[in-house]
Design a protein around this ligand. Structure first.
Ligand SMILES: [Zn+2]
Length: 320
């Protein structure tokens, strides 16, 4: 009997539990139904709308009924805003032209070097004149380098390659003919010193100055820039019998020295520092120093016993 009562009671409990389960299932279904209709703009209770609105992310576009699109749309203009922000980024690019101008500064330095190259070219054109006058009053530019230096095929009193063996092309060709003619007439000539750069002349003069003092040094050697040897148009020539120093006044009294003075002009050379003209040339008599000026000027100078200074002065006064 007691067992039956207990059985009845457990049955009642189980039906109660079933009832609660069914009710809760129904309520869940109802809730699901409403939730599934949340997106529908109409037919929603004000309470549900409030619930929905609270569940929606807040945004400024209240007019739009399609709320799901709303969270997206604000993000759409945002990407455009960043693109607008990237637009200012090209602005730094326009700023970069300041860097190219900085880069232009080295270019302008290149332009400067080009200008100096042009200046040197103009200088070269100026000095290309075979009548170029270089003396103590008319120094040659430190930057001048003769454009067409070559080594003439003539005997030198030293072996090996040296800038001292170089002359400008026309002068080199002329001195080869001069030496060939001398050999033909049994005259022995030997070359000692042709082209000298500004720096070499500077070193020579500094050496002589230390040894003899400025005044004495300047009588026998030129201050840098004042030497004709920098033009590539001059050569010191002598007789090989004169040793150890062939560049002496005595050369002018030798057979070869006399022949040179008499024949140099036919090949375009002059005795640049003649005897008796020291006041004009400002150099002592140098029978060994020949200078290329071209055949016609050379003949005019040598036949009239002139210096290059006098010859050029005559030309200029005739022009005026
Ligand atoms: Zn000389």
């Amino acid at each position: 009997m007691i067992a039956l009562l207990q059985e009845e009671e457990t049955m009642r409990n189980s039906t109660l539990k079933n009832l609660i389960l069914v009710v809760s299932i129904i309520s869940i279904l109802v809730l699901l139904y409403f939730l599934s209709h949340i997106n529908k703009p109409y037919g929603q209770s004000s309470m549900l709308q409030n619930l929905i609105k609270q569940s929606q992310p807040t945004n400024d576009e209240k007019d739009k009924p399609n709320y799901t699109s709303n969270p997206v749309e604000p993000t759409v203009p945002k990407p455009t805003e960043p693109t607008k922000q990237t637009e200012p980024e090209p602005e730094p690019e326009p700023l970069q032209p300041t860097k190219p101008t900085e880069l232009l500064e080295p270019n302008s330095a290149d332009n400067d070097s080009k200008e100096s190259e042009e200046q040197n070219e103009n200088l070269n054109n100026l000095y290309d004149n075979y009548l170029i006058l270089v003396n103590k009053s008319n120094p040659i530019s430190k930057g001048y380098n003769p454009p067409d230096l070559i080594q003439p095929k003539i005997p030198f009193n030293f072996s090996g390659d040296s800038p001292k063996k170089l002359m400008r092309l026309k002068a080199a060709q002329a001195i080869e003919k001069l030496f060939a003619k001398a050999k033909e007439e049994n005259i022995t000539l030997i070359a000692q010193s042709g082209y000298r750069s500004y720096q070499t002349q500077e070193a020579i003069f500094t050496y002589n100055q230390k040894r003899y003092g400025f005044e004495e040094a300047n009588k026998v050697s030129a201050v840098a820039g004042q030497s004709e040897h920098q033009t590539g148009l001059a050569m010191d020539v002598s007789d090989p019998s004169l040793t150890p120093d062939p560049l002496v006044v005595a050369f002018g009294e030798t057979k070869s020295g006399k022949w040179l003075a008499a024949n140099a002009a036919h090949f375009g050379f002059i005795i640049r520092y003649p005897k008796g003209k020291e006041e004009i040339t400002k150099y002592q008599y140098e029978p060994w120093h020949i200078r290329y000026v071209g055949v016609e000027p050379a003949k005019a100078i040598m036949e009239n016993n002139l210096t290059l200074e006098e010859y050029l002065e005559n030309i200029n006064s005739n022009k005026n």
